[in-house]
Design a protein around this ligand. Structure first.
Ligand code: FES
Length: 107
């Protein structure tokens, strides 16, 4: 496996009136995750890759992010949520139950 984990953050903004990750803090979550992984020296091959994504079609639960290869979906609110995903899941391998996106959440 090239990366231990990849996390994709939806940064999309949909049409006015539709749920959009971009309008509920997605960029801040992405930026915080990226800088945490970089400053901890966890980026690169064998480590953790933080990627931007377009719409993941689960906008009603936004902002959303998904971790591979586990395919674990998250919804987060603030930087401390991102810290918990990084520390518990991306580093420790243990998903953060309280931030899991419910399976029925779609667009
Ligand atoms: S806008 Fe983020 S999942 Fe659709």
């Amino acid at each position: 496996m090239y990366y231990k984990h990849q996390i994709f953050f939806c940064l999309n903004e949909r049409k006015p009136g539709e749920d959009s990750c971009a309008l509920v803090g997605a960029q801040a979550g992405f930026d915080h995750c990226k800088s945490r992984i970089k400053s901890a020296g966890l980026a690169g091959p064998g480590g953790i890759r933080v990627n931007k994504a377009g719409c993941l079609d689960r906008c009603a639960g936004g902002p959303v992010a998904v971790v591979y290869p586990d395919e674990t979906w998250y919804t987060y609110v603030d930087k401390s949520d991102i810290d918990e995903i990084v520390d518990s899941h991306l580093v420790g391998g243990k998903p953060v139950e309280r931030l899991l996106l419910p399976p029925d959440v779609g667009r």
